[in-house]
Design a protein around this ligand. Sequence first.
Ligand SMILES: [Zn+2]
Ligand SMILES: [Zn+2]
Length: 372
Amino acid sequence: MAKSFYDVLGVSKDASADEIKSAYRKLARQYHPDLHPGDEEAANKFKEVSEAYETLSDPQKREAYDNPSPFGGGGGFEGFSGFGGGFGGGGGSIFDSIFDMFGGGGGRSSSSSRRESVGEDITLDLKLTFEEAAFGVQKEVTFTRDEPCTTCNGTGAKDGTKFKTCGTCGGTGRVKYTQETPFGRIVSERVCSTCRGKGKIIEENCPDCNGKGINRRTVKLKVNIPAGVETGQVMTVRGEGEKVANGRAGNLQLVIEVTNHPIFKRVGADLYVDLPVTFIQATLGEKVAIPTLKGTELQFSLSEGIASGTVLKLKGHGITTKRGTGDMYVTVLVDLPKKLSKDQKAKLKELADLFKSDQYDKIKEFNKKNKQ
Ligand SMILES: [Zn+2]
Ligand SMILES: [Zn+2]
């Protein structure tokens, strides 16, 4: 694999612009062809370093480099990190519309992506009940985000037309400047700071956004949460983050938090429940009712003399996710009665005398081993 541009410059992925610049300067000085005439290795190195700097010094190119073709592959909705099932389906959800907006086309042209500005992501916590997470749910989330002002179409200018040509750059949006470097004078161009590269400046501000071109809006968004999500998973809804006037909107990141259930626990698609039964039920092997997450009950016949702690596996009674259906594991816990009345005690003692010691499997086995 080729070295990343960050590796080439010897900086970390989150290096600041200044760190990148200073790393580049150091390396450029080290490998500059003028200082190594005829040295092909140095020339290559210099080329490599320059190439890396060209991309990493430009915030937009760097962004594009860090997040290569986010719309490639057609999938508008990225889905959950760490959630293999993926999405799709759901019917008429926000995901479908996002998919339509960005998907299918197979990415943008490189020329437009280079100049594109990108909105920030918005991260929200999304609390779900145990059942909502298990079965999937449609949730409405409410949040605020920047959206281009509709009055001025995000231009910031009154009526969208009150502009004048920028005097600093004469409308080109870029200004030339010269720099003295160890290798001589270099004439470079940079974005005009007066008009921020737009080439024109606002004559009269749009009254609705005060010339910012952006307004803060409250958004209500319906999102379809698929079955089987877990605490800590992050669901990405593409294009629903901060919006920018001329560019791509950021994403909405929903951080899932699932509340506990009073009796059920979940691991993946499997459900776990502890089921207390009376010693009579366990001894006689009676039919017991096992609750389900849907609120119904399953009838289950215990085997006669079932031991406390026995785990029953009810196949296919877990939850159903895109990856399949899980099982339910029921741990039978034999509950012994307390605070017995005199009469109850007397009857139990009477009963106890009726049992032979070899009717107790474990005691019989224990005694046998103990004698050896
Ligand atoms: Zn406006
Ligand atoms: Zn300008």
